[in-house]
Ligand binder design. Structure first.
Ligand code: RB5
Length: 145
């Protein structure tokens, strides 16, 4: 599995924590920044991750900002992206099982690093269940036009 990851300035610390986790798990990833703590605009950093996941260059994406809300809204504007904003372990599993989410968004100002690590591990390991959920995913795709 290959992961694309980015954040804005509000998510820098948690992004580094999650990259350390991916290193520990020997999961391949590419970091799309930012490279400093300067204030940046979260759509600029959500865009490359969402576009590269949608293009099939990466299997999954992880996006972090202060709340996780901005990056998730931006990512979900990219056709083919199902970005889930998750701050609990139950939803991390459910959104893979039911929504086949391909991007995970979290807020550094919302949760701590320990919970974020659990969420990422759960989300990476959970599988899409297919069946009736496939029909629902297809209806989401129809909304994209
Ligand atoms: C940046 O201050 C903050 O607005 C951003 O990280 C995020 O929370 C937006 O949704």
């Amino acid at each position: 599995m290959k992961i694309a990851i980015s954040s804005d300035h509000g998510g820098n610390n948690l992004r580094k924590e999650i990259m350390a986790l991916l290193d520990e798990l020997h999961i391949s990833y590419e970091d799309f920044g930012p490279t400093s703590n300067d204030s940046v605009d979260y759509p600029d950093y959500a865009k490359p991750v969402a576009e590269k996941v949608a293009a099939g260059e990466f299997d999954r994406g992880i996006l972090i900002c202060g709340t996780g809300i901005g990056v998730s809204i931006a990512a979900n504007k990219v056709k083919g992206i199902r970005c889930a904003l998750v701050h609990d372990v139950f939803s991390a599993k459910a959104t893979r099982n039911h929504n086949d989410s391909n991007v995970l968004a979290m807020g550094e100002r919302v949760i701590g690093p320990g919970l974020a690590r659990e969420i990422v591990m759960t989300w990476l390991n959970a599988e899409f269940e297919g069946g009736r959920h496939t029909r629902r995913i297809e209806k989401i795709s129809e909304l994209e036009g």
